[in-house]
Design a protein around this ligand. Structure first.
Ligand SMILES: NC(=O)c1ccc[n+]([C@@H]2O[C@H](COP(=O)([O-])OP(=O)(O)OC[C@H]3O[C@@H](n4cnc5c(N)ncnc54)[C@H](OP(=O)(O)O)[C@@H]3O)[C@@H](O)[C@H]2O)c1
Length: 347
């Protein structure tokens, strides 16, 4: 660590926090000082960063003194409690939680899609929901080419989207099932919900808590965040979000009705040129994106591109993205890189 920014990672011991640290190193983000913050439970824990041992500290207001960039991924309540404090002490906050995403004063950014929104930041920038990032990387270029008329999304979301405890829950349930033991569930679909269901050999059509009109919070996030970041407040978009027994990578089946017809070949061409998107689509070779092959990748992958047999301007496609990387940590680091490039961090 030499020339660069003073950076804090809040939630450094979590799934997203660990990936953030890996990506900051991989991409050689300029860091002069790194503070690893978490709850009091993890204070004192040692973590290696670029060959140096760093101690995790409790995330308290004083921990942000002198920090220029603070990545938050410790849940909405921690962002609510500490993000503004970090800004008051001089930091730009890049927040991975949903707490600020729909605040009209807070830009919600996917750098490949709406980097110019960063210019209006007032200290906090929100990283969109993981499934939203994955699908919006595909929706944005299609909108520019032919206009979005209506979007119907069905997600197949990995357990790691619900944090470390949910990963352990799936692994433990699989082991217990194979050993002929009783399978117990305490985490999914939502730790705070009254009922829990096994995820091993199951699907759970509930991600996060239920909100109005019978939709879950995750479904409303995909709808409202897409409308905000694509600058299409009237976009007709709906979603059904489902937890599946996959460790990592969210998958999304999308039915997209366009204003103007595009052939499947044209959609393939547009998406193969889109930043952050790779096309993996050859039915003759049984080639299509799958979570097991794409964990750890930066791009989102699109396949099964075909014209909707029931609509003159509709397209069906299948998207898979590593939600811990592009859906969270990578997008956050790319936001920091963009702020650095545009001179939008206080020196
Ligand atoms: N997982 C994903 O795919 C994903 C994707 C996009 C966004 N997100 C969002 O990112 C956030 C973190 O998710 P995650 O999956 O990384 O969760 P996680 O694995 O459960 O990690 C949670 C992190 O938050 C810390 N933390 C918890 N309570 C805290 C407190 N009171 N003060 C300070 N730190 C505290 C934990 O520290 P301790 O070790 O001390 O408990 C841990 O470092 C959530 O808001 C989530 O919605 C997650």
């Amino acid at each position: 660590m030499s020339m660069g920014y003073s950076v804090a990672v809040v939630g450094a011991t979590g799934v997203v926090g660990e990936e953030l640290l890996a990506i900051l190193q991989e991409r050689q983000f300029p860091i002069s000082e790194l503070r690893l913050l978490a709850s009091a439970r993890s204070a004192g824990l040692e973590v290696e960063y670029q060959g140096k041992i760093l101690q995790v500290q409790e995330a308290r207001p004083e921990a942000f003194d002198g920090v220029q960039i603070a990545f938050f991924s410790a849940g909405g309540s921690v962002s609510q409690a500490l993000a503004s404090t970090a800004v008051e002490r001089g930091a730009v906050v890049i927040d991975n939680t949903s707490f600020f995403r729909l605040d009209p004063e807070v830009p919600l950014v996917i750098p490949e899609v709406n980097a110019d929104d960063l210019g209006s930041h007032k200290g906090i920038i929100a990283n969109p929901n993981c499934s939203t990032i994955i699908i919006d990387l595909v929706l944005a270029p299609l909108h520019h080419a032919a206009g979005l008329k209506r979007v119907v999304l069905s997600t197949y979301q990995a357990v790691s989207g619900a944090g470390i405890k949910a990963i352990h829950e799936l692994e433990d349930q699989v082991k217990d099932y194979a050993a002929g033991k009783e399978v117990t569930a305490k985490v999914l679909p939502v730790s705070s919900a009254p009922k829990h269901y096994p995820i091993a050999f199951n699907l759970i059509p509930q991600i996060d808590l239920f909100e109005d009109a019978g939709y879950t919070k995750e479904e409303w996030k995909m709808i409202r965040e897409t409308q905000k970041l694509l600058h299409l407040p009237e976009l007709r978009i709906t979603a059904t979000t489902v937890r599946v027994p996959v460790l990592r990578c969210h998958s999304i089946a999308a039915n997209i009705e366009l204003e103007q017809k595009l052939s499947a070949a044209k959609v393939q061409e547009i998406l193969s040129q889109a930043a952050g998107v790779s096309v993996l689509d050859d039915p003759s070779q049984q080639l299509y994106p799958m979570p097991i092959e794409l964990s750890g990748c930066d791009d989102v992958f699109v396949g099964r591109i075909r014209e909707d047999n029931s609509s003159a301007t509709g397209i069906n496609l299948w998207v898979v993205g590593d939600q811990i990387r592009k859906g969270a940590a990578l997008n956050a680091v790319q936001i920091a890189e963009e702020l650095h490039r545009r001179g939008l961090v206080k020196i």
